[in-house]
Design a protein around this ligand. Sequence first.
Ligand code: PLP
Length: 625
Amino acid sequence: EELYGVRRWGAGYFSIGDSGNIQIAPNHRLPDVTIDMKDVLDEIRAEGIQLPAVIRFHDILRSQVEILNETFARTIEEASYTGKYSGVFPIKVNQMREVVEEIIDAGEPYNYGLEAGSKPELMAVLAYNENPDALTVLNGYKDEDYLTLALLGRQLRRRMIIVIEKFSELEMLIPLAKKLGVQPLIGLRSKMMVRSSGKWAGSSGDRAKFGLSITEILNIIELLKKEDMLDCAKLLHFHIGSQMSDIRKVKEAVSEGARLYAKLIKEGVPLEYLDIGGGLGIDYDGTSSTTDSSRNYSTDEYVADVVYGVKQICDLEQVPHPNLVSESGRAITAHHSCVVTNIVGEIKNTGAQFDISASDGEHILVSNMRELVNSADMHPQERYNDAASYKQSAYEAFKLGILSLNEMAKLDTMYWRILVEIHSSLDRESFVFQELEELEDMLASQYLCNFSIFQSAADTWAIGQVLPIVPVSRLNEKPEVRCSIVDITCDSDGKLSKYIEGTEISDNIPMHTLHKNEDYYVGMFLTGAYQDVMGDMHNLFGRLTEVHIYCHDDEPGDFYIEEVVPGTSAEKVLETMQYNTDFMAKTVKKCIDREVRKGHIAPREGVRWTDYYEKCLAGSTYLKA
Ligand code: PLP
């Protein structure tokens, strides 16, 4: 278990069973009730569903909504805090309808609301957040339509708060609201001085893209007073960046935000809510540290720091405790989905063999390399250096036309044989080998995985995010092949370059030897936030098939597939790129018919080719298992 760190990043949802399979405990109230991932996969295969697939554990999603809301409620009570918690889920983190519906349903007892950051997201939340007691927070840059739709929300008696990101938005809103006779609820987004750390540090500080400076906030208050609309100002908002890894930054932001809130109350602004934005991190790499893919705090600590931090400052300033809003997206959704796929092949530098026996008149470089093959007792570092130098010289000689193809194949075979021998003879404890990492990288196999990094794990490619990748079964066998995971896109960037190995982050990872005629499944976990929806169409692979899993309430440990959403077909992805697939099918048929008429293809065969092309258009974009 330690090898892949499952328990450490699993947050209580994932572990390894005695069977050697990944186990899932999706309901936080029943931590001992698990389902076996292999059983889930067997059922998926039995239904004829092709991999790769996104598997959504809806019970995990519900658990995360409950945990966040209940932690705030409990802490508020313990702290004798007089405000309430009114959280919202920012749908940009995962806009899938089924995800949003599940969150709304699980959050209903807590009046958990939604956040939108664009016009289409606003249209979605208008239709999906009907609870008049839940907040809808509207962030992002706005035009007249955005603001008008928000006012429609007010007409529908929703608690829809328009967060002003820049002064001109208010100048646009005031006449619009007056014209329509609708009183808006207004939020003010503050540009924070605290500098967060990590990949999203740019969300705060003077150069932040969003938010108002203190001067702008005061100007807005003046304008609202002048327009007799100060009553509309209800919320103060800040967001200093996603995936905050260091709790000290959270504390700093809370204290800056609470101080500003208190001062504004003292200026007579009738604020009721303090919105601390998102940022609650996820321990993707299981190190509980301040790496970019981890966090050095728990959800309990985060909530306590927010509640007690705001309380302390409001008590000092003698203003009432505000209702607290948070916009956690990553923490709500990351755990609930994973991508499961199969390894379709192995790319190995050391695999190809050529007869290395000596031949008359062979080049001296070939004989030198052969001598090295027979020098097992040579100092490993020296042997490695010589092999590398002969290989480089051979490459130069080949370019000059001095070495033949046969000689190159011999040199190559011998070179890899020497490297494998050096690697297996190394006693890591007592011998310092300078290029050990380089050697391990060179010898590592590449496991070809049936998925696209660009579609399913965009952040691993874009910002070096670590995501756990683990075989779904055989976890009670020692994995012996060091490898890296590459995807099926025709792009050398399409590979994972960071892996969790124990408590370290490695450049490659041990996996099991592949057996002939036996599928080897791997799961990429914690993909439910951003990764699920941010992927692009590189190589036209499109969205994966989705399988929605629910647990039976009355039969602990049992599960059922509630829905299967088919992945994007080849014709659908082509159509998004403006191809007319009817035209394509007709054109290919026309070409086949022409060859039939010329007698190159038999008529019956022609029909088969035509049908086959059409079947592939309607079929999956990923490799067939
Ligand atoms: N709110 C705002 C304004 C954001 O920009 C973001 C994301 O960066 C979030 C909420 C969600 O943050 P997280 O996913 O870290 O909870």
